[in-house]
Design a protein around this ligand. Sequence first.
Ligand code: NI
Length: 130
Amino acid sequence: MKIHHIGYAVRDIQKGIGLFEVLGFEKSGDTLKDLNRKVSLQLMKNNNLIVELVAPTGKESPLYSFIERGGSAPYHFCFETDDIEKEIVRLRKQKYTLIESIKPAKLFGLSKVAFLFNPHIGLIEIIEIR
Ligand code: NI
């Protein structure tokens, strides 16, 4: 599967943007807040590489403990698929557990995304691009 983007957890979205700009990335679109996941999101581009900065909006965010444990760090790889439901079935057979079912992602023009977890790989995201 082709990599769509890398999710990167940062403590603070504005500081994260500034520091990725130092590394040659540019902002792509506006900063969004996902009130369900309690995170701020900003897409950053460097040539063909897309990094999705994800920052917790407070201590109640599920991402907060991830950052407290390991600091700012890559958080997930997101892979493209043309059929997200079929892909979930295929990955479940490879011991991936669906931890966040299919939802439209505002950040990606309402493309469908889902999150899966495998104990040997960690968290991945898949996105349906048709
Ligand atoms: Ni993502």
